[in-house]
Design a protein. Structure first.
Ligand code: AMP
Length: 113
């Protein structure tokens, strides 16, 4: 499949991998928007959150446990961090393989742009 994140999963494109297991991959964002900017993705391709259903609940839960471990590994759990998933055009999604952004290391603002 010609999906950039599927190609990262298959190691056809280099990335700075932070964490990997059978179902999840986490790697540094190529255009970081904060000192810590990591993407956490399911290895299986889902274009958007709308492609997930009840059978994916365990995977989503696992992704959040991976996120928790990464923020602790990066030692930003106390200072704080933001987890973002953009969905479709007005949500700002540009890569259509779902991913959670972990952003940390600077003050975040609200509302987001
Ligand atoms: P989104 O706009 O939410 O779809 O986020 C897509 C993210 O993927 C952006 O933050 C990009 O900088 C990031 N990105 C795109 N290509 C790569 C790549 N080859 N390696 C790492 N991050 C990437």
């Amino acid at each position: 499949m010609d999906c950039i994140f599927c190609r990262i999963v298959r190691k056809e494109i280099n990335s700075n991998i932070i964490y990997e297991d059978d179902t999840v991959l986490a790697f540094e964002d190529i255009a970081p928007q904060a000192p810590v900017h990591i993407l956490v993705i399911p290895k299986k391709h889902y274009s958007t959150l709308l492609d997930m259903d009840q059978k994916d609940k365990e995977l989503i839960g696992h992704i959040f446990m991976v996120i928790k471990n990464i923020v602790k590994q990066k030692n930003v759990q106390q200072s704080g961090f933001r987890v973002v998933m953009n969905c479709n055009s007005q949500g700002g999604q540009t890569v259509f393989h779902i991913h959670f952004h972990i952003l940390a290391g600077r003050q975040m603002h609200w509302p987001p742009g």
